[in-house]
Design a protein around this ligand. Structure first.
Ligand code: P71
Length: 474
């Protein structure tokens, strides 16, 4: 934990990674001609590229983290017993200590936990309010018979608004929803830290306290999507009065104390390549989860994970809350954001925790949303330099379950997601230069047409073709 970050003067000093590099993985460079072939074969969908054809991979920060030497050493201590693995108890202790919940079940990843929680908590016809949708979360809520209702503040949908806590719940929206449908029909309130689809935007401590109060008053349970809650704690420490002297671990613990439980994609904050968990306080709820986990994931002491994965995860949890780690992680994201802002590239502001989100609406004002501007931008970036990004716009938003029409989100974004402890500042320079090169020729770029659309989570496997050949560039 840092000891020298107390004074404002010291905070203006440069940050650097609190680690040195012991092992390297070579990157492959490709030519533009090779990338033309690769992206066409991938149907202009960056999910369908082979990773070997990618130079700098900013598709996601999920499962792409570099593990530490301690974590790798932990992998050798895997207790691969079917039942009661030693590593499970390490994991349980780490979650109890740092997140503060009493009961834990491991899951193979975040959506495994979402599935189980949705099945236990949601009855057909229920409503699940949340601070903006996330693709897998909403789908599991819907498959369980629920309807997601967005209760995030309006500022979250405006990429240029500088609200410091754009992930906050609008208490009036939540209150009005409870009035309208009745507390009995609300399955639970679903609250995510550093809201992914809003650009990695945090929730304040004051906001979760108020949400908690409202939930208690109406007898409604509150669950957290803890996927990037450590990063959320950093923003509270930095921006919310009264928290500057508290550690990330203290802030995280208090934040979690206002919820009945949390689910986790450990592939993000928790610094592993695979894993997840679901943690709750109530005994009766745990009873239900523990029972269902054996149907869908595995015995309640491994939940789809190997013993070695649970050990790496237990150690990753400890490392993830170190103040120096979080500061350098978010420092790197901001560094990229500052380069792009200096070059007047439109991005979501303020810069969030895990990624830079390019605002494809402003980047390509001449491409209508139905021609997939954010998907277009992702494929143009790949073509320019081999950098892989992810569409977070109309393709990701899917179709309205009732009308069958596209959902048309206000935010049409292309995400440059930074894996933790993987790339250097020089990589960030190269990324920024490529975005600028694509921006410089934006007027000549045309959109895409979807030629294949899967039923669920279509963005993963959808295929596209170019509406018109783009101008050839050198
Ligand atoms: C991300 C991912 C991975 C992903 C998922 C769906 C589409 C594209 C990429 C996963 C999350 C997440 C939040 C807030 C739950 C999950 C599911 N994010 N909540 O951002 O961000 O976790 O992937 O471990 O199943 O690239 P899972």
């Amino acid at each position: 934990m840092s000891t020298d970050d107390g004074t404002p003067a010291q905070r203006t000093r440069s940050w650097a990674e609190p680690f040195k590099i012991k092992m390297v993985e070579p990157l492959k460079m490709t030519t533009r001609a090779e990338r033309e072939v690769a992206i066409r074969e991938a149907g202009y969908n960056t999910f369908l590229l082979r990773s070997e054809d990618v130079y700098i991979d900013l598709l996601t920060d999920s499962g792409t983290n570099a593990m530490s030497d301690r974590q790798w050493a932990g992998m050798m201590l895997g207790d691969e017993a079917y039942a009661g693995s030693r590593n499970f108890y390490h994991l349980e202790a780490a979650v109890q200590e740092l997140y503060g919940y009493r009961h834990l079940v491991p899951t193979h990843q975040g959506r495994g936990a979402e599935h189980i929680l949705s099945k236990i908590m949601i009855s057909p016809g229920d409503v699940v309010p949340g601070n903006m949708y996330f693709t897998t979360t909403r789908l599991h809520q819907e498959l369980a018979g629920g309807t997601f209702v967005d209760v995030i503040i309006d500022e979250a949908h405006d990429p240029e608004h500088l609200h410091p806590f754009k992930g906050n719940v609008d208490l009036d929206k939540l209150g009005a929803l409870i009035e309208r449908v009745g507390a009995g029909q609300i399955a639970y309130v679903s609250l995510a830290g550093t809201v992914n689809m809003a650009g990695g935007q945090p929730v304040s401590m004051a906001n979760i306290r108020s949400v908690r109060e409202l939930c208690v008053r109406h007898g409604i349970r509150l669950f957290l999507d803890a996927t990037r809650l450590v990063e959320n704690a950093f923003f509270i420490q930095e921006r919310e009065p009264g928290f500057a002297e508290q550690s990330i671990a203290q802030i995280l613990h208090e934040f979690c104390s206002y919820a009945d439980g949390a689910w986790m994609s450990a592939k993000k904050d928790n610094l592993v390549n695979i894993g997840g968990w679901l943690a709750v306080n109530a005994d009766d709820l745990f009873e239900g989860l523990r029972n269902l986990i054996v149907v869908y994931e595995g015995l309640h002491t491994y939940g789809g994970l190997a013993g070695r994965d649970m050990e790496a995860l237990a150690i990753g949890i400890e490392e993830s809350v170190q103040d120096d780690h979080v500061r350098s992680r978010i420092g790197q994201v901001r560094y990229l954001g500052e380069l792009l802002t200096d070059w007047e590239i439109p991005i979501v502001q303020p810069v969030g925790g895990h990624a830079i989100f390019l605002d494809a609406r402003r980047f390509y004002p001449h491409i209508p949303q139905d021609e997939f501007p954010a998907q277009t931008l992702a494929s143009e970036l790949y073509l320019d330099s081999g950098i892989r990004s992810m569409e977070r716009g109309i393709a990701s938003a899917g179709r309205d379950a009732t009308s069958g029409d596209h959902n048309r989100p206000k935010l049409e974004l292309t995400r440059l997601t930074i894996p933790r402890r993987v790339y250097t500042q020089a990589h960030m320079d190269v990324v920024a230069e490529s975005v600028k090169a694509v921006h410089d020729v934006r007027a000549a770029t045309r959109g895409l047409r979807m030629t294949y659309e899967p039923k669920y989570l279509r963005f993963f496997q959808a295929r596209f073709e170019r509406l018109q050949a783009n101008a050839v560039r050198g």
